[in-house]
Design a protein around this ligand. Structure first.
Ligand code: NAP
Length: 292
């Protein structure tokens, strides 16, 4: 067993569960906690109790049933996504600990300089999507947190698991009555979570667009789902304007440039497949597991 000791915050969350299982599968020493990240004294005690070498922050206020919740619960959202996230990072810094934060790439939207199919957003581009309060808290927190020298910020987007968990992007769009059809960067967890562990174990820091390379549209995802997993599946589209009538907060649509991530992972001999290929592989695993 390695000398690394992982402590995952937000221990009962979806991504936390996947990471814990993966670390266990790799034979790593891993602990989880549900201590509130904004509670400075309790976080200090927890760090002292477990004595991790690596903290992974999977805690975040994501809203239930979705991010619309954050529009009406702004203080709670800030407490977790701004105060708490910074608090945990700061306490790790003071304790000399590496801290990986699962952030979001939903802080951008296509614009004239970054149109659909054009230049993708780099890590250094300032966030420009504040259409939802959830994204606003994440954008602001990242903007200051990136200056912590112990911190690795991984920007997930529309994460996808190999099963049909309700939080997976595929499950969501396959159940909506109507879906928009816009290319987006997505994160296939089976491809990306091992990369998060690699980066953390190497002590890497800074911000990474943490997605598979490329962008894929909703219709492309659903067509692959139909062709590989669920023959005969059908869906209906609607426009962004029509979508705006059924949601409270806006939703980000953008492509992130994953070149920095690809180059860094090359150093460790790890390759993340392009998003169309990644979905094909993901759906084949889903079919093989019989979870459809
Ligand atoms: N899933 C996505 O679509 C997506 C996309 C991009 C980024 N992310 C980010 O990735 C992270 C993990 O997401 P997820 O999908 O695994 O979400 P999740 O299933 O909602 O898990 C988040 C966990 O964080 C905990 N939490 C919330 N506020 C907390 C606080 N103040 N202190 C301690 N724990 C707290 C929640 O516990 P309680 O329920 O007890 O509050 C929950 O168990 C989040 O930061 C999220 O913003 C997710």
């Amino acid at each position: 067993m390695s000398a690394h000791r992982f402590l995952i915050w937000g221990g009962r969350g979806w991504i936390a569960g996947h990471l814990e299982a993966l670390l266990q599968k790799q034979g790593k020493e891993v602990y989880t906690t549900t201590v509130r990240v904004e509670d400075r004294e309790a976080v200090k005690i927890e760090l002292n109790r477990i004595k991790p070498t690596h903290v992974i922050n999977c805690a975040g206020c994501t809203g239930r049933p979705n991010v619309d919740w954050c529009e009406d619960h702004k203080e709670e959202t800030m407490r977790s996504n701004v105060i708490g996230t910074l608090n945990l990072t700061d306490l790790c810094f003071l304790a000399g600990l590496h801290c990986t934060v699962f952030a979001t790439g939903c802080i951008y939207q296509y614009d004239d300089v970054h149109p659909i199919g054009g230049t993708a957003y780099k890590e250094t581009d300032p966030f420009n999507f504040t259409g939802s309060f959830y994204s606003e808290t994440k954008g602001h927190a990242e903007e200051v947190m990136k200056h912590y020298t112990n911190c690795l910020i991984l920007r997930l987007r529309m994460p996808v698991s190999d099963d049909l968990h309700p939080r997976s992007f595929v499950t969501k769009i396959s159940k909506y009555e109507r879906v928009v059809d816009i290319p987006n960067s997505n994160s296939v967890l089976t491809d990306l979570l091992p990369a998060a562990i690699l980066l953390a174990e190497h002590g890497d820091t800074g911000v990474y667009n943490f997605t598979n390379p490329g962008a894929i549209s909703h219709n492309e995802v659903l067509a692959l789902f139909r062709d590989i997993v669920r023959p005969g599946f059908t869906w209906k589209n609607f426009t962004l304007e029509d979508q705006a009538h059924v949601i409270k907060a806006g939703r980000s649509n953008c492509e992130l440039d994953s070149t920095n991530l690809e180059n860094k992972l090359k150093e460790y001999g790890y390759v993340v497949p392009e998003i169309h290929e990644a979905y094909r592989l993901c759906f084949e695993r889903m079919k093989a597991a019989g979870t459809q």
